[in-house]
Design a protein around this ligand. Structure first.
Ligand code: FA5
Ligand code: MG
Length: 446
């Protein structure tokens, strides 16, 4: 269990997470709700949809070593430096990442464990599943805590007579085939956007990339076929047959892989990004004392996959302790489609405010306008209303032509997944949110 003490960001103090103590300083920005959720470990709970999803993906990677209980508190060296994030990368900002102190964060991705795992050199292939933490938007596909699975596969030049390409092609020949037409117009490497590393030949990267892509396509095809069976079993003939699976690869950038890609799936009328991946930067393998290895890594969002698998419409549901949710999932049954318990009414409320300071006339400089980051609004809403808010959206923004003050308006959509909220309750929450914005962000409510 986790407990907290002295989480006041303005003070030096100490925080205890699962029995481990961390000193806090002015970087501390992790609220108590986040700290107390560390103990939940949803991906390890029996019969939880994230556990079922994790095990289904693991079953597509036989022989890999699994790490499923690595501790979520890591150093900025593990989360950023070891992966080659530049010092000014936005991901390091306090607006994006939960810090305990200047050098200690809640991991923002499972890649935080790549360096240690390569260094341990315990297995050619490994999978790491874990809870990860990000200050982010509030909507139906984003939650401040979510779960990722990291995967990697290495080939050692020393073991394969220097011929990584032949080794990767031999491994590819062992992978299951599928007949889904995947859109992949990307060249394997591109000199500016997706460069070949100097330590690799094009032939090697082509073979490694083919093994990487086929491995991940196999996961998506498997998930989709289980989801389709589930749709057929509940009599949804349209969903079961009509919508063919559409998958595409797009070029991406990560500091720790090159070349890099993301995989997207067409879902409910839009392309949904489900994972990022690429050929591991040789620098990481050098620093991990395994310089003769070459291979790939990926990071997949387990909630995104689980939402597809079970047709779960809102990411907050994963945190529900309501039996009407939990009782619908079982590891010993074939996948069944989630049946939403009734949809409770929503209620919009707007909050409009002026930022401190003014902006210079004629656009250009915003130097005198207050430093404002949307994630700070999101955090206040989460702290006060938690899972009672479905989403928060910027609906209006303008600069007053005379006073040069900047105005913003956010629309907060209140809706519980479990019951009908009363007007009184919503007004109370909304009032508290407005008051907290005045207090913490120094804005003037309009
Ligand atoms: C990463 O986190 C990289 N570490 C992935 C990686 C690993 C690349 C290894 C290369 C090699 P990204 O931020 O895109 O990348 O997140 C990866 C996946 O996590 C996304 O594709 C998405 O499925 C999921 N994800 C990201 N943010 C959220 C969120 N707020 N809520 C739910 N899922 C999310
Ligand atoms: Mg991404």
């Amino acid at each position: 269990a986790s407990s907290t003490s002295n989480h006041d960001p303005s003070q030096k103090g100490e925080v205890t997470i699962a029995g481990r103590k961390y000193p806090t300083d002015s970087w501390m920005n992790t609220p108590p709700q986040i700290l107390s959720a560390v103990a939940r470990k949803l991906h390890l709970q029996p019969d939880h949809p994230l556990t079922i999803t994790r095990k289904l993906i693991e079953s597509r990677f036989p022989g890999y070593k699994y790490y499923n209980d690595l501790f979520p508190v890591v150093t900025t060296a593990q989360n950023f430096d070891s992966l080659g994030f530049p010092p000014d990368h936005p991901g390091r900002s306090k607006t994006d990442t939960y810090y305990l102190n200047k050098d200690t964060v809640l991991r923002t991705h499972t890649s935080a464990h790549q360096d240690d795992t390569f260094r341990a050199n315990a297995s050619a292939g490994f999978l790491i599943s874990a809870d990860v933490y990000r200050r982010d938007a509030v909507d139906r596909s984003h939650y401040p805590i979510f779960h990722q699975m990291e995967g990697a596969h290495m080939w050692d030049r020393a073991q394969h007579g220097g011929n990584i390409a032949a080794a990767a092609r031999a491994a590819l020949a062992q992978l299951p085939r599928h007949d889904v037409a995947v859109e992949d117009p990307n060249p394997t490497v591109h000199p500016e956007r997706n460069p070949l590393q100097p330590e690799h030949t094009l032939e090697e990267v082509e073979a490694v990339a083919a093994h990487l892509k086929r491995s991940l396509e196999a996961v998506v095809v498997e998930i989709f076929s289980r989801a389709r069976d589930a749709a057929a079993a509940c009599g949804d003939a349209a969903a079961a047959s009509e919508e063919p699976l559409r998958v595409r690869w797009v070029e991406a950038y990560f500091p720790f892989t090159s070349p890099s890609w993301e995989l997207e799936i067409f879902w409910q009328g839009d392309w949904l990004e489900v994972l990022g991946c690429g050929v591991v930067q040789q620098q990481l393998l050098k620093q991990g004392d395994v310089p003769s290895q070459v291979g790939w890594a990926f990071g997949i969002g387990l909630e995104r996959i689980a939402m597809l698998l079970f047709n779960i419409p809102d990411i907050r549901l994963f945190w529900s302790q309501d039996q009407r949710f939990l009782s619908q999932f079982s590891e010993s049954r074939p996948v069944q489609r989630f049946v939403p318990f009734s949809k409770y009414p929503e209620c919009y409320k707007d909050v409009s405010f002026w930022l401190k300071g003014t902006s210079a006339a004629g656009g250009g400089s915003k130097a005198s306008v207050q430093d404002f980051h949307e994630n700070d609004v999101m955090e206040i809403v989460r702290e006060i209303a938690g899972d009672l808010v479905e989403d928060v959206r910027l609906t209006d923004e303008f600069t007053h032509p005379k006073t040069r003050r900047r105005s913003m308006c956010y629309r907060i959509n209140y809706r519980s997944l479990e019951r009908t909220l009363t007007n009184e309750e919503i007004n109370d929450l909304h009032g508290k949110i407005c008051a907290s914005m005045v207090e913490k962000l120094g804005v003037d409510i309009r």
